[in-house]
Design a protein around this ligand. Sequence first.
Ligand code: COA
Length: 250
Amino acid sequence: MWDAVEKKFGRDGIEAFHRLTLLTLIAQFDERSKSKGYSPSILSRFVHSFQRIFDAIQDPAFEHYKTVGDIFLKDLALCRQRMFPAGAQIVVPQSSFHRALFYRGGIGQMSKFAALMSKTGGNKNWFQIHTHLLELEDFNPNGWDECYLRIADMLAIYPSVRGMWGGSWFYDPALEEVSPRLSYLRKVPAENGAYVFYSNIDIDGGALATSESRKKAYESGNYLPKSYSLMWPRRAMLDWAKEKRSQGQT
Ligand SMILES: CC(C)(COP(=O)(O)OP(=O)(O)OC[C@H]1O[C@@H](n2cnc3c(N)ncnc32)[C@H](O)[C@@H]1OP(=O)(O)O)[C@@H](O)C(=O)NCCC(=O)NCCS
C-alpha cells in the first residue's frame, strides 16, 4: 500500500500519508489504550513522545517520515501501541529471545542459560527494550535508572511478564576497556540479578556509528564489536526498583 501511495503521489504524498497515519493513531490513543493498562509513568512518556512527533510533523526540515526507516517504524510502533516509551528506551511488550543463546558461549553460558530458564520459566513473554535515536535525551545513567523504574511499574501491572531483555553491542564486557563511560549499561542490571549472554559478532549493529575511539580500536584490531543479550528477571528487577525507590528515586 505504501509503495502504491508513493508511486501515485510521490515522496511528498507518502510523507503526508505517514503523518496523517501517526496523527490518526494518536487521536485514537484513548480508545486503543483501553485494554492496555499503562502505569502513570508510562502514560507521561506517551505524552512526551507524541509531543515530539507533533513537533516533527510541523518541522519542514524533518525528513524521517519521507521514508520507511528505523525512525518512522519506531514512531509508528509507538502510535500503534506495539511499543511503549519508557524514557531512555522504548519497549516491545510481548517479546521472546532465541533459545540458541544456550549454545553460543560455551559450557559456562549453557549452565547460566539453564539457570535463567529454570528461574523465570521460559524465553517467551518478556519486555524487550530498544534504543530510539529520537529519544536519546535520557540516555545517561540517571535516565536509564528512571527507565528501569518505569519498566518495573509495568512489570507490576503485568505479573505474567518474566522480565526485561535487550540485545546490544553496549552489553559487551569489552566496553570496560574500550568505552568505560558506557559500562553502566551492563553493570547496573548485572550487579542486580540480570544475566548476560554472548550472542554474535556485530560489526554493523551501531557500535562504530558514533564513536571515533571505538572505530580506531576496531581498525587497529583492538576491538571487535560483539552483541550480548541481557535478561533481567522480574523478581530481581522489582527488588532493585523497590530499593531504588526507598532511596528516594522517582
Ligand atoms: C547508543 C548510543 C546512543 C550511545 O551514545 P553515547 O552515550 O553518546 O555514547 P558513545 O560512546 O556512542 O559516544 C559517542 C561520542 O560522543 C561523545 N561523548 C559521549 N558521551 C560523552 C561524555 N559523557 N563526555 C564527553 N563526550 C561524550 C564522545 O566523543 C564519543 O566518542 P568517543 O567514544 O570517540 O569518545 C550511540 O552509540 C548511538 O547512537 N549508536 C548508534 C545506534 C545504536 O548503536 N543503537 C543501539 C543498537 S542496539
